[in-house]
Design a protein around this ligand. Structure first.
Ligand SMILES: CC(C)(COP(=O)(O)OP(=O)(O)OC[C@H]1O[C@@H](n2cnc3c(N)ncnc32)[C@H](O)[C@@H]1OP(=O)(O)O)[C@@H](O)C(=O)NCCC(=O)NCCS
Length: 176
């Protein structure tokens, strides 16, 4: 039977398996929407998606960030969002949280799992005292841009050559 969002459980994971997480992210980021995948294949400047999303960066982020997971009834990992305070060392104005990575398994996209993960990250950010939630994503992930815009995120800028393989687009959403 196909998974529906009602059957999905969402939980903060405090002891993630890095092997499972790494494999999940590699699969998710190697199954972009076809147009975006094609752009990446042509314009990746020698850096693979796996290198772009290095598991060591994720491991470092987990030291101060939170990992929210979506799993089906059998325990299969269907989606993740990794989020936390922006610049946790100083958190200068104390009011921004960020989403570091968001991904949903390619077989269960379009069911609302990604939207639910973002909504839960927004709620957790509000509880931390954040007034806005920011994120950066690759300029070539156009389907992803539409997804964030639909959820109320506003484009706040582009940083040229921010990633090893191209420009980053920054988005922000006010948390009321
Ligand atoms: C972007 C992503 C997290 C969305 O997750 P999702 O569970 O499919 O999202 P939802 O079901 O809540 O929303 C679906 C919407 O996202 C959009 N979308 C973006 N990429 C999509 C994809 N590959 N497949 C299906 N829908 C996608 C659709 O336009 C859809 O909008 P619609 O409801 O108007 O048709 C998911 O597509 C994904 O993991 N993509 C690859 C990894 C990625 O780009 N991560 C973010 C980089 S920072």
């Amino acid at each position: 039977m196909a998974t529906t969002n009602e059957e999905v459980k969402y939980e903060i994971q405090e002891n993630p398996s890095l092997t499972e997480l790494s494999c999940f992210l590699e699969n998710a980021f190697n199954a972009l929407t076809p147009g975006d995948q094609a752009s990446f294949d042509v314009e990746n400047k020698g850096q693979t998606l796996k290198e772009w999303l290095d598991i060591d960066q994720v491991k470092d982020y987990l030291k101060h960030g939170f990992l929210l997971e979506a799993r089906n009834e059998d325990g299969k990992l269907l989606g993740i969002v990794l989020f936390g305070k922006q610049n946790p060392i100083s958190w200068p104005d104390g009011n921004k949280a960020e989403m570091f990575v968001l991904a949903v398994d390619s077989s269960t996209r379009g069911l609302g799992i990604g939207s639910k993960l973002v909504e839960m990250a927004e709620n957790a950010a509000r509880e931390m005292g954040a007034k806005s939630l920011i994120l950066s994503t690759h300029v070539l992930l156009t389907a992803d841009h539409k997804f964030y815009e639909k959820l109320g995120f506003v484009k706040i800028g582009i940083l040229k050559e921010y990633y090893g393989n191209g420009d980053a687009v920054f988005y922000s959403k006010k948390l009321n």
